[in-house]
Each structure stands twice: as C-alpha cells, then as structure tokens.
Design a protein around this ligand. Structure first.
Ligand code: NAP
Length: 296
C-alpha cells in the first residue's frame, strides 16, 4: 500500500470563500434597502431535518439574510401547508422558500414542491426549475449538484471535455448533476455517463471516469479497483455508521472508500467536509440571486 497522494478538495474552505463573496453581495443589497429573505418550512420533528434546518438558519444569520421560521407540527394537513406556501409566494419579504424534505407520509411531496413559485424555488426542485436547468435557461440550480460543480471548478478541475461518470440517478443529485455538467456552458461541457443499480459491469464504467461522482447512499461502495489512476473523485454520499467512540454515537462515511481510493485518485472530497458544506452555501447563493432578480 502506497502513501496517500490525492489532493483533498476542501469543501469547507471553498464554501467559506463563496460565503465571503456572498457577504459582499448581501451588503451591497442592504445599501439599496434590500434584505434577502428565506422562509424555512419544517413539518414534524425528525432530528436530521431539524439539524439541517438549524444549519440553514445559522447560515442565513451569518450572511445577514433574514430567515422566517415556519416549524409546523407533524400532523399539519397538506391543505394547511399549501395555504402557507401560497402566503409565502405572495409575501414580498420572502425571496426563497425552502420546504425541508422528507415530509410526513400523509403529505404529497410533489404537490408541495409544485406549489412553490418557480421565482422563489431556491431548492431548484420545481419542474419549471428542472426544465430551465435542462435547457440552460436562467433559473435556480439544485444546491447539492451545483455545489459539486463549484467544487470542481474552484479547485482547478474544469470538467470541460472530461468524461464524468455519475453513479446514481436520483432527482436531487444524480440526474441534475449530469444535466448541469453536460451543458454547453462555462464550468460544464463534460461528456457524461450516468450509472445506476441496473448498469451492467459498473466497475468498467467507473474506471473510464476522469471525474467520478458517487451519489449512491451506500457506505464505501466505490472501491479502489473501480477508480482510474489519477481520477478526480467527488463523494456525495453521507452514511451514518455506528461508532461508540464518536461523541454522537455515530460517524459519517461517504460512498467512496476514502482510504484506498485516495491513494489512487488525483483529488478527492472528504466526508464530512466535502460536498456537505457546499449544499447550504448554494442555497444562500440562490436566495441572494432571487432577491437581486425580484427586487430590481
Ligand atoms: N452532501 C449533501 O449535501 C447531500 C445531499 C443529498 C444527498 N446526499 C447523499 O448522497 C447519497 C445519494 O443520495 P440520493 O438522494 O441521490 O439517493 P437515492 O435517491 O437513494 O439514489 C441512489 C442512487 O444510487 C443508485 N444505486 C444504489 N445502489 C446501487 C448499486 N449497487 N449500484 C449502482 N447504483 C446504485 C440508485 O439506483 P436506482 O435508481 O437504479 O435505484 C439510485 O439512482 C446519499 O448518501 C445521501 O445521503 C448528500
């Protein structure tokens, strides 16, 4: 076994760089009397969702974005939630609406996503946003895939002309990251292959990647034999692994076997500290973008 050689793509540091830029934008807006506002809607008390929502509200506070807290009981009806969304759509102090997913089972997630005005859809999940992304029109890009692109570009790995292999085809990560990186646009122009659980001979596909993006949801699924020497590896996966010695009784592990893959790759994102910090940062970016568009 050789020593680690991959460059670590530091998502925390890149996210901080972007937040410093965003802070300047918020200050410029506030000089014009505009304070960007994000409505944060949480239904129920799932601990993971609560912690995401706390982190989003803190990021808003750090940047000078107003956050409007809508924490609703788990038994909130779909009709009541839709009525709240309608009010937020009409509220001129609200530039972005974030509904934390997953929602309780009695609420249809698609109905809720579809009810958010595309002009305030800072998560980028509305079908109109998805369509705009696909055809390359301005809109809101979904935060995690956009964060992956920014990680690549800002660490000097321009995807243009490269073969990007994405493992995973979910609507929140796999499909949109493929759509973003295949665009005829700066920071994109990649040749993209998308793999999933029905792909035949997955290792032979992943080994072709100049840039490998893992969004699978299975701990350490991508092993060194699946990675080409010198590839750039973006690990989107966040998997909880029980660990009695960790303060919370668990630790987070990615979809990539970091130890062994990092000896073969040219660069790799760690988990935690890679894609994770970028997601909230892109949400902040979208909210500020919305404030600029909506109030100009
Ligand atoms: N860092 C962040 O901010 C962030 C944000 C979102 C998600 N995540 C993490 O990213 C991971 C993926 O999330 P997701 O929402 O995209 O998950 P998901 O909806 O469960 O999708 C997983 C994808 O992986 C594919 N897959 C599963 N097992 C496979 C196998 N054995 N071989 C090949 N493909 C396989 C599935 O294929 P099929 O379509 O064929 O089933 C599916 O397309 C999770 O760990 C999640 O926690 C992180």
């Amino acid at each position: 076994m050789g020593a680690m050689k991959a460059k670590i793509i530091d998502g925390k540091k890149i996210a901080e760089e972007i937040r410093a830029e965003l802070k300047g934008e918020v200050e410029a807006l506030s000089e014009q009397g505009v304070i960007p506002g994000l409505a944060v809607v949480l239904v129920g008390n799932d601990p993971a969702s609560e912690s995401y929502v706390r982190a989003k509200k803190k990021a808003c506070a750090d940047l000078g974005i107003a956050s409007f807290d809508h924490s609703l009981p788990a038994d909130t009806s779909e009709a009541d939630l839709l009525a709240l969304i309608a009010r937020l759509n009409a509220d001129s102090a609200v530039d972005g609406i974030l509904v934390q997913l997953p929602l309780p089972k009695h609420i249809n997630e698609n109905s809720v996503i579809n009810a958010i005005s595309p002009d305030k859809d800072v998560d980028g999940f509305h079908p109109v946003s998805v369509g705009r992304m696909l055809i390359g029109e301005p809109g809101f890009l979904p935060c995690t895939p956009h964060g992956c692109q920014q990680l690549l570009v800002r660490s000097g790995f321009d995807p243009a002309g490269k073969h990007v292999v994405v493992v995973g085809r979910s609507n929140i990560v796999g499909k949109p990251v493929a759509a973003i990186l295949m665009q005829k646009a700066p920071g994109a122009n990649a040749t993209v292959t998308v793999c999933h659980s029905r792909s035949a001979d997955l290792p032979s596909l992943t080994r072709q990647a100049d840039i490998l993006i893992a969004a699978i949801g299975q701990r350490e699924f991508i092993t060194a034999d699946m990675v080409r020497e010198g590839a750039v590896v973006i690990d989107v996966g966040v998997n909880r692994v029980e660990d009695a010695s960790a303060p919370r009784g668990y630790r987070l592990v990615g979809d990539v076997a970091f130890e062994t893959v990092s000896r073969k790759a040219a660069a790799i994102t760690p988990v935690p500290g890679g894609v994770g910090p970028m997601t909230i940062t892109m949400l902040m970016k979208n909210t500020i973008e919305s404030a600029k568009r909506g109030r100009s």
